[in-house]
Design a protein around this ligand. Structure first.
Ligand SMILES: [Zn+2]
Ligand SMILES: [Zn+2]
Length: 215
Protein backbone atom coordinates (compact mmCIF):
# COMPACT_ATOMS: atom_id res chain seq x y z
CA UNK A 1 0.00 0.00 0.00
CA UNK A 2 2.49 2.44 -0.98
CA UNK A 3 1.32 5.88 -1.19
CA UNK A 4 1.88 7.10 -4.58
CA UNK A 5 3.04 10.55 -4.91
CA UNK A 6 1.99 11.87 -8.15
CA UNK A 7 4.91 14.10 -8.30
CA UNK A 8 4.52 16.55 -11.03
CA UNK A 9 7.97 16.69 -12.39
CA UNK A 10 8.00 19.78 -14.36
CA UNK A 11 10.39 19.07 -17.10
CA UNK A 12 12.57 22.01 -17.40
CA UNK A 13 12.34 23.69 -20.78
CA UNK A 14 15.07 22.74 -23.18
CA UNK A 15 17.95 25.07 -22.83
CA UNK A 16 17.91 27.59 -25.51
CA UNK A 17 21.02 28.39 -27.42
CA UNK A 18 20.62 31.95 -28.45
CA UNK A 19 24.06 32.23 -29.84
CA UNK A 20 24.45 28.82 -31.32
CA UNK A 21 24.41 29.27 -35.03
CA UNK A 22 24.59 25.97 -36.79
CA UNK A 23 24.03 27.31 -40.21
CA UNK A 24 24.63 24.47 -42.64
CA UNK A 25 24.97 26.89 -45.47
CA UNK A 26 28.49 26.76 -46.68
CA UNK A 27 30.10 29.37 -48.70
CA UNK A 28 30.52 28.37 -52.26
CA UNK A 29 33.67 29.49 -53.82
CA UNK A 30 33.06 30.20 -57.42
CA UNK A 31 36.02 28.61 -59.05
CA UNK A 32 35.80 29.36 -62.67
CA UNK A 33 39.25 28.15 -63.45
CA UNK A 34 39.36 24.96 -61.49
CA UNK A 35 41.83 22.61 -63.10
CA UNK A 36 40.09 19.29 -62.57
CA UNK A 37 36.78 20.41 -63.96
CA UNK A 38 36.55 16.98 -65.53
CA UNK A 39 35.38 15.77 -62.17
CA UNK A 40 32.04 17.43 -62.83
CA UNK A 41 31.16 14.65 -65.22
CA UNK A 42 29.14 12.08 -63.36
CA UNK A 43 29.67 8.39 -63.85
CA UNK A 44 26.36 7.10 -65.13
CA UNK A 45 27.22 3.41 -65.45
CA UNK A 46 24.59 2.20 -63.03
CA UNK A 47 22.01 4.37 -64.74
CA UNK A 48 22.75 2.85 -68.12
CA UNK A 49 22.85 -0.71 -66.89
CA UNK A 50 19.46 -0.31 -65.27
CA UNK A 51 18.14 1.54 -68.30
CA UNK A 52 19.34 -1.16 -70.64
CA UNK A 53 17.82 -3.84 -68.49
CA UNK A 54 14.49 -2.05 -68.53
CA UNK A 55 14.66 -1.23 -72.22
CA UNK A 56 15.68 -4.75 -73.15
CA UNK A 57 12.44 -6.04 -71.78
CA UNK A 58 10.72 -4.44 -74.72
CA UNK A 59 12.88 -6.10 -77.32
CA UNK A 60 12.75 -9.55 -78.78
CA UNK A 61 15.65 -10.99 -76.84
CA UNK A 62 14.82 -11.15 -73.17
CA UNK A 63 17.14 -14.14 -72.92
CA UNK A 64 17.27 -14.76 -69.20
CA UNK A 65 14.11 -13.13 -68.00
CA UNK A 66 11.01 -13.97 -70.01
CA UNK A 67 8.73 -11.63 -68.11
CA UNK A 68 11.00 -8.71 -67.58
CA UNK A 69 8.49 -5.95 -67.79
CA UNK A 70 9.90 -2.85 -66.21
CA UNK A 71 8.57 -2.49 -62.73
CA UNK A 72 7.60 0.86 -61.35
CA UNK A 73 10.43 0.74 -58.79
CA UNK A 74 12.85 0.20 -61.68
CA UNK A 75 11.41 3.20 -63.42
CA UNK A 76 11.61 5.29 -60.29
CA UNK A 77 15.22 4.21 -59.84
CA UNK A 78 16.15 5.26 -63.33
CA UNK A 79 14.87 8.73 -62.60
CA UNK A 80 16.48 8.70 -59.19
CA UNK A 81 19.88 7.97 -60.70
CA UNK A 82 19.34 10.69 -63.26
CA UNK A 83 18.30 13.03 -60.49
CA UNK A 84 21.49 12.15 -58.63
CA UNK A 85 23.47 13.28 -61.63
CA UNK A 86 21.76 16.67 -61.75
CA UNK A 87 21.75 17.06 -57.98
CA UNK A 88 25.45 16.31 -57.69
CA UNK A 89 26.23 18.78 -60.42
CA UNK A 90 24.01 21.37 -58.75
CA UNK A 91 25.89 21.13 -55.47
CA UNK A 92 29.07 22.17 -57.23
CA UNK A 93 27.48 24.53 -59.71
CA UNK A 94 29.91 27.26 -60.67
CA UNK A 95 27.17 29.83 -61.28
CA UNK A 96 23.75 30.58 -59.83
CA UNK A 97 22.23 30.25 -63.26
CA UNK A 98 23.68 26.77 -63.63
CA UNK A 99 22.43 25.78 -60.22
CA UNK A 100 18.93 27.08 -60.94
CA UNK A 101 18.83 25.21 -64.23
CA UNK A 102 19.95 21.96 -62.65
CA UNK A 103 17.55 22.28 -59.74
CA UNK A 104 14.70 22.75 -62.21
CA UNK A 105 15.64 19.42 -63.74
CA UNK A 106 15.81 17.89 -60.26
CA UNK A 107 12.27 19.14 -59.61
CA UNK A 108 10.97 17.70 -62.86
CA UNK A 109 12.49 14.35 -61.91
CA UNK A 110 10.84 14.45 -58.49
CA UNK A 111 7.55 14.03 -60.30
CA UNK A 112 8.83 11.05 -62.26
CA UNK A 113 10.12 9.40 -59.13
CA UNK A 114 6.87 9.89 -57.23
CA UNK A 115 4.69 8.87 -60.12
CA UNK A 116 6.77 6.85 -62.58
CA UNK A 117 5.38 6.33 -66.05
CA UNK A 118 4.86 2.70 -67.07
CA UNK A 119 6.83 3.27 -70.24
CA UNK A 120 9.99 5.24 -70.68
CA UNK A 121 9.49 8.29 -72.86
CA UNK A 122 13.14 8.45 -73.69
CA UNK A 123 14.82 8.07 -77.04
CA UNK A 124 16.84 5.07 -78.12
CA UNK A 125 20.60 4.86 -78.32
CA UNK A 126 20.33 5.08 -82.11
CA UNK A 127 18.84 8.54 -81.69
CA UNK A 128 21.88 9.65 -79.71
CA UNK A 129 24.13 8.12 -82.35
CA UNK A 130 22.37 10.04 -85.07
CA UNK A 131 22.52 13.45 -83.41
CA UNK A 132 24.46 16.12 -85.21
CA UNK A 133 27.98 16.39 -83.88
CA UNK A 134 29.23 19.93 -83.54
CA UNK A 135 32.75 20.18 -84.85
CA UNK A 136 35.41 21.94 -82.78
CA UNK A 137 35.77 24.54 -85.50
CA UNK A 138 32.24 25.74 -84.82
CA UNK A 139 32.77 26.04 -81.08
CA UNK A 140 33.96 29.22 -79.42
CA UNK A 141 36.21 29.49 -76.39
CA UNK A 142 33.28 30.62 -74.29
CA UNK A 143 30.84 27.97 -75.40
CA UNK A 144 30.05 25.59 -72.61
CA UNK A 145 27.67 22.83 -71.79
CA UNK A 146 24.61 24.06 -69.89
CA UNK A 147 24.64 20.97 -67.73
CA UNK A 148 28.26 20.75 -66.55
CA UNK A 149 29.34 24.29 -67.51
CA UNK A 150 32.71 23.06 -68.73
CA UNK A 151 33.83 24.96 -71.82
CA UNK A 152 33.71 22.43 -74.62
CA UNK A 153 37.13 23.24 -75.96
CA UNK A 154 38.74 22.45 -72.61
CA UNK A 155 38.19 18.84 -73.49
CA UNK A 156 40.51 17.73 -76.23
CA UNK A 157 38.08 15.03 -77.20
CA UNK A 158 34.83 16.85 -76.57
CA UNK A 159 31.81 15.27 -78.13
CA UNK A 160 29.21 17.98 -78.55
CA UNK A 161 25.80 17.30 -79.99
CA UNK A 162 23.12 19.61 -81.29
CA UNK A 163 19.56 18.63 -80.55
CA UNK A 164 16.89 18.92 -83.22
CA UNK A 165 14.86 21.36 -81.09
CA UNK A 166 13.98 24.84 -82.28
CA UNK A 167 16.69 26.33 -80.11
CA UNK A 168 19.22 23.88 -81.58
CA UNK A 169 20.56 23.47 -78.06
CA UNK A 170 23.98 21.95 -77.67
CA UNK A 171 25.37 19.79 -74.90
CA UNK A 172 28.13 17.33 -74.21
CA UNK A 173 26.73 14.03 -75.37
CA UNK A 174 27.90 12.51 -72.12
CA UNK A 175 25.96 15.06 -70.07
CA UNK A 176 22.72 15.05 -72.01
CA UNK A 177 22.63 11.36 -72.91
CA UNK A 178 21.02 10.06 -69.71
CA UNK A 179 18.33 12.73 -69.79
CA UNK A 180 17.51 12.04 -73.43
CA UNK A 181 17.42 8.30 -72.96
CA UNK A 182 14.98 8.51 -70.08
CA UNK A 183 13.04 11.73 -70.64
CA UNK A 184 13.25 12.20 -74.38
CA UNK A 185 13.12 15.98 -74.24
CA UNK A 186 15.62 18.79 -74.61
CA UNK A 187 16.63 19.62 -71.03
CA UNK A 188 16.72 23.29 -71.95
CA UNK A 189 13.44 23.92 -73.79
CA UNK A 190 11.75 20.58 -73.02
CA UNK A 191 10.86 20.06 -76.64
CA UNK A 192 10.12 16.42 -77.29
CA UNK A 193 12.73 14.64 -79.32
CA UNK A 194 10.88 11.43 -79.99
CA UNK A 195 8.76 12.88 -82.76
CA UNK A 196 11.84 14.08 -84.52
CA UNK A 197 13.59 10.78 -84.46
CA UNK A 198 16.10 10.99 -87.19
CA UNK A 199 17.22 8.15 -89.31
CA UNK A 200 20.85 8.05 -90.19
CA UNK A 201 20.62 9.20 -93.73
CA UNK A 202 23.66 9.71 -95.84
CA UNK A 203 23.25 13.36 -96.68
CA UNK A 204 25.68 15.14 -98.93
CA UNK A 205 27.21 16.83 -95.91
CA UNK A 206 30.60 15.39 -96.63
CA UNK A 207 30.63 17.12 -99.97
CA UNK A 208 30.86 20.41 -98.11
CA UNK A 209 34.61 20.26 -98.03
CA UNK A 210 35.04 21.92 -101.35
CA UNK A 211 38.15 23.78 -100.37
CA UNK A 212 40.14 20.68 -101.04
CA UNK A 213 42.27 21.79 -103.90
CA UNK A 214 44.24 19.46 -106.01
CA UNK A 215 47.58 20.94 -106.81
ZN1 LIG B 1 28.59 18.88 -70.06
ZN1 LIG C 1 16.15 22.81 -76.80
Amino acid sequence: MATQYEGKFSTSPPPSHPNLTLDPTVEHNVQLTEPQSRSRRINMDSFFSLLNRVSDSGTATPHNNPHATPTLPDMANIFRLLQDQMQTLATTAPTTENRTFLMELVDVLDQDILDPPDRLQGVGQEFLDSLDRVSRKKLGEEDDCAICKIPYLEDKYCLVVELPCKGAHQFDLECVGPWLRSKGTCPMCREEMGKKKKVVVEEDEEEDDMDMIYA
